[in-house]
Design a protein around this ligand. Structure first.
Ligand SMILES: [Zn+2]
Length: 623
């Protein structure tokens, strides 16, 4: 019989500890200490309490826990002395059925990993979907992680241990993240479409208006209709736009619906499904479905699928909200095929640059020709007509994978975005004097590369002083450099971001002033060209508060963070209030990379958070 949360909360401590036995390998103390914080409002709250206990225990108990784990496909497996939980997991991953070669390979990896790190390699072999990683995935992960720094691996092992505990806990409670699993599977299904040349390599690349891109659009449109959207169409720039109409809402929101839309009864507020009151406003949401080259499956797409899952739940429950829900799969955000970043969301804000139509891709195909080939009208009038009238909208919300390490390090599934950072970019060059590396004394040099190196170190230290600013010299090149020549010129890039325009400007000003000072002192000169500037898009306080309430209602500790990356929400910010919700990324939050991932458990929480936001809005906007 599955355990219930009420049962766990009510049981005497010893009995409750027994209910949680086996979550952490040979380490019942973690659950026991966490249980002192009862009652728990949700499984997510219990999971995080255990994370905190281990975090606060310090390094030695953490290492002891890691070392309490058996090696993957190791001697304990062969001699059948694993715990029941470990046996189950290793069997499910097929590790008990290795070929002699695979077995030998894993033994070598085990030995190398142990020798380098001083503890065994830990991997949650049931994986992010809970259904099990393949042997090939396990071995590839093992080989990759072997080379990580030791302190990083210690933290990564602990994260995997918490993931193992999460799955074991789900099993004990008979909990399945069904909404998250569905959303996970939709991502897999959409990732079948990839541009030519990448399909063969098993890589995901979907750039603007390619065959794969148009197949994605068609599939999203069909899926929206199948899930219960009233309308779904592909607009003049290739955005997929689905609308779930508003309906009359005779009853006030019932509190039980706030927990999860799935439990809504079918008796409430059933309408004929095509009746949209003229007065009802629309909630706008969505994200992009294009990808970078060899990108991840979740960047952008999560922000389309999560609200689609909510509409599915509403439709299945026969419910209408007092506002319409418009979900947009933006056709273009990444600027890969054409230098027209945010083309999709920019069309909704009236920021389509007419010059873009004549831009050519790498094969010389103009944007206009690509649009015509895709059956789009490719006229400025048709594109201008996509501009949204903000008076018809409540606001814009966007869900996105974090694309950074913050939530992963904190072991938190969700984070509320405070602001999309302001940014400014420069390209520059320092010009010194090339001279002989052997004959020029150190006090006579005008070394351009050393000047840029000094600038990079200053930018690093000055941004760090802000705490939440970032500055990066990502390119640093000595044109025609030579091993025996003091660099006479050095080209560099500078990327500066901060949560507010003022903070960014102060940081940029200091770095530019310092560049001048460095050049003066070293007797060199420089050029600096600003190539991009984007204003910060702070979250609208009322909308940020709705995300915060949604996260809190799930029992997930609240964490606020700025977005270091740009998103479609910063375009919509120009028209209406907006706020974003981030979902934790696995593998240190790596993105624009095939290792980009999140778990179906985190996706499940995200769908519930979105549903909660919808219920809050419904409660605020009764008809
Ligand atoms: Zn994105």
């Amino acid at each position: 019989m599955p355990i219930t949360l009420d049962q766990l909360n009510a049981a005497p401590l010893a009995e409750a500890a027994l209910l949680l036995d086996g979550l952490y390998e040979h380490s019942p103390w973690i659950a026991e200490q966490a249980l002192k914080q009862r009652p728990f409002s949700s499984l997510a709250a219990l999971k995080h309490a255990m994370v905190r206990v281990l975090h606060e225990a310090g390094v030695e108990p953490q290492l002891a826990l890691i070392r309490a784990h058996p090696e993957l496909a190791g001697k304990a497996m062969v001699s059948q002395s694993l715990t029941a939980e470990s046996t189950h997991e290793q069997t499910k991953a097929g590790l008990t059925h290795c070929t002699p070669e695979e077995f030998a390979h894993i033994q070598r990896l085990n030995a190398d990993y142990n020798a380098k790190h001083g503890f065994p390699f830990i991997l949650a072999v049931r994986g992010p979907r809970g259904t099990g990683l393949s042997k090939a995935e396990i071995i590839a992960t093992f080989e990759r992680r072997l080379h990580n720094p030791v302190d990083f691996e210690r933290a990564e092992c602990l994260r995997n241990i918490h993931r193992i505990a999460e799955i074991r806990l789900n099993d004990k409670f008979g909990f399945e993240p069904t909404l998250g699993n569905a959303v996970w599977d939709w991502h897999e299904n959409l990732a079948r479409h990839t541009d030519p040349g990448y399909a063969e390599l098993g890589q995901l690349t979907v750039t603007y208006l390619t065959d794969a891109h148009r197949a994605c659009a068609a599939q999203l449109q069909q899926q929206m209709l199948a899930l219960g959207f009233d309308e779904a169409h592909i607009d003049a720039v290739g955005n997929v736009v689905g609308v779930y109409h508003a309906g009359p809402q005779p009853n006030a929101v019932r509190p039980e619906l706030v927990e999860g839309l799935a439990r809504a009864s079918t008796s409430s507020a059933r309408t004929d499904g095509s009746d949209s009151p003229a007065t009802a406003k629309t909630l706008l949401t969505g994200s992009h479905y294009d990808t970078v080259r060899n990108g991840g499956k979740y960047d952008g797409r999560l922000g389309i699928f999560v609200p689609m899952a909510c509409v599915q739940q509403l439709n299945q429950a026969g419910r209408r909200l007092p506002f319409a829900i418009e979900v947009v799969g933006f056709a273009e955000e990444e600027g890969q095929r054409y230098k027209a970043t945010f083309l999709g969301s920019g069309a909704l804000t009236g920021h389509f640059n007419p010059d873009w139509l004549d831009q050519q891709d790498a094969d010389g195909i103009t944007l206009r020709a690509a649009m015509q080939h895709a059956g789009l009208p490719a006229t400025l009038d048709a594109i201008a007509a996509l501009q949204r009238d903000p008076s018809k909208y409540l606001g814009f919300v966007e869900v996105h994978i974090e694309q950074g390490p913050v939530l992963n390090e904190l072991d938190l599934p969700l984070g509320v975005v405070t602001s999309i950072n302001a940014s400014v970019r420069y390209l520059g060059e320092v010009i010194g004097m090339a001279s002989h590396a052997g004959t020029t004394p150190m006090d006579r040099r005008r070394d351009a590369a050393c000047a840029v190196a000094e600038l990079a170190l200053y930018a690093e230290q000055r941004a760090a002083a802000d705490g939440d600013s970032v500055a990066t010299v990502g390119m640093l090149q000595v044109p025609n450099g030579s091993i025996n020549v003091v660099p006479g010129a050095c080209q560099f890039s500078l990327d500066i971001r901060a949560p507010s325009d003022a903070q960014r400007d102060a940081l940029a000003q200091d770095i530019v002033t310092q560049l001048q000072a460095i050049c003066d002192r070293r007797g060199v000169r420089h050029t600096l060209e600003e190539t991009m500037r984007a204003a910060a898009a702070p979250s609208a306080p009322a909308w940020q508060a709705r995300w915060e309430a949604a996260v809190a209602a799930l029992g997930v500790p609240l964490h606020r963070l700025p977005s270091g990356a740009g998103h479609d929400a910063m375009k919509l910010h120009e028209l209406m209030p907006q706020a974003m919700l981030f979902v934790r990324g696995q593998n240190s939050g790596i993105s624009h990379n095939p290792l980009e991932s999140t778990t179906s458990d985190d996706m499940d929480l995200c769908v519930r958070a979105f549903a909660h936001l919808l219920e809050q809005l419904a409660a605020e906007h009764p008809n």
